[in-house]
Design a protein around this ligand. Structure first.
Ligand SMILES: Cc1ncc(COP(=O)(O)O)c(C=O)c1O
Length: 390
């Protein structure tokens, strides 16, 4: 059982707002805030490189903590400055040739989609979208039927930015493994929200962010690369930390996932991300997920009962992201009206998930996203406000 009062006492932001924008950027808990302050105070007082040395062990332990969060090993983790860069480092390091196919989902995030179009135009790869089942998640049987010798990557969005669905990552992993196809999982919205076990999922690469359901600081993310898969990638960039130049005419790639990093980092925030992962592990990701499902399920039901509000979520398994339209109201207007009542939500537009929003003919959605520190009282506030707005 989660001690909600403790979670809220440890989350200063809950005293100011009803924060239902955890899929955008969540509220940091006190231990994360303290770690960042502690690091920065030292850096201000003693210098950047010197502070890095003093905190070397703590910084190194971040890799182990993140690995524990997703059941990987610490050598399989690279720290990056966002989920997008983590994902890019994997995707752009794939040795694609003209005619190669990649299989992806309707709900792909816009930045990943842009990268597919980029390599379509520059390398001549083909991007094929796997249809959904009638309940809205990727159709694993259809995926399997689409596999042929040209498919060089299966790339899945675990939880899309805009539609409430949880895609069946484990079942997709089974298809990828059976056919020996590399599998890249975008776990940006799922990390910190629900249990992730890369061994069970069977993905070769996974990208995630710090600021969303993990509740770490902004400007951090990480990439997992399965150790046996590491050498199948050709790193798109190299530099001194990732590929030391051992002789003037020779460099050697690092033999772990950190070959996808950069030397320079915002170490205060790296530490913060590690503490956020530790905090989530301490609460128990299973318990966090259970509470998020309960809160989001309740909100979906109550919002759906309001005249003029239509909940648009997909999925047999739904997550903490609740999306809805309001008759006669623009989504930005709804966000502003809620903000005036100290309720933070965000919006998804056609830009965020272009294929899905286009296919479903949706212009925009209001997105309320729940974390374990939210309460049913806050849902009542949201629902009350929405009744007035609608
Ligand atoms: C599903 C998904 N993937 C990737 C990203 C990109 O994450 P970041 O902004 O940390 O690069 C987002 C951000 O909203 C997302 O929702």
């Amino acid at each position: 059982m989660i001690d909600v009062d403790r979670l809220r006492a440890e989350t200063p932001g809950t005293r100011n707002v009803i924060h239902l924008n955890n899929a955008g950027s969540s509220l940091m808990p006190q231990p994360v805030i303290d770690a960042i302050h502690r690091y920065l105070d030292h850096e201000i007082g003693y210098g950047g490189y010197e502070t890095q040395s003093v905190f070397a062990d703590e910084l190194d332990s971040v890799y182990g903590t993140i690995a524990e969060l997703i059941n990987a090993s610490s050598t399989e983790i690279a720290i990056s400055d966002s989920a997008t860069r983590a994902w890019d480092m994997a995707f752009y390091s794939m040795p694609f040739d003209e005619g190669d196919r990649i299989l992806t989902t309707t709900t792909e995030y816009v930045s990943n989609w842009a990268a597919y179009l980029h390599l379509r135009d520059t390398k001549g790869i083909t991007v094929d979208v796997v249809p959904n089942t009638s309940t809205g998640e990727i159709d694993v049987e259809a995926l399997e039927l689409m596999v042929d010798a040209d498919v060089k990557l299966i790339t899945l969005n675990h939880i899309p930015t805009n539609s409430g669905v949880v895609n069946p990552a484990v079942e997709v992993g089974r298809v990828a493994r059976e056919h020996g196809i590399p599998y890249l999982l975008d776990a940006c919205q799922s990390t910190g929200q629900l249990p992730i076990d890369v061994a069970e999922i069977g993905c070769d690469m996974l990208s995630a962010t710090s600021r969303k359901f993990l509740r770490g600081p902004r400007g951090e993310g990480f990439l997992y690369v399965r150790s046996e898969f590491l050498d199948q990638l050709d790193p798109v960039f190299v530099e001194l930390h990732t590929a030391p130049v051992v002789l003037p005419d020779r460099f050697e790639l690092r033999n772990d996932a950190r070959r996808f990093e950069t030397w320079e980092k915002n170490y205060a925030s790296v530490l913060g991300m590690g503490v956020a992962a530790q905090y989530a592990i301490g609460i128990g990701i299973g318990a966090i997920w259970e509470r998020i499902e309960m809160l989001a399920g309740t909100a979906r039901q109550l919002l759906g009962e309001i005249d003029g509000v239509t909940v648009r979520d997909l999925g047999a398994v739904k997550c903490g992201i609740v999306t809805f339209e309001v008759e006669g109201r623009q989504v930005l207007e709804v966000r502003e009206l809620l903000s005036e009542r100290s309720i933070n939500v965000s919006t998804s537009t056609q830009i965020s998930a272009p294929v899905d929003m286009h296919d479903r003919e949706i212009e925009g959605l209001v997105r309320a996203s729940f974390h374990a520190f939210n309460t049913t009282g806050e849902i009542d506030e949201l629902v009350g406000a929405m009744r007035v707005i609608a």
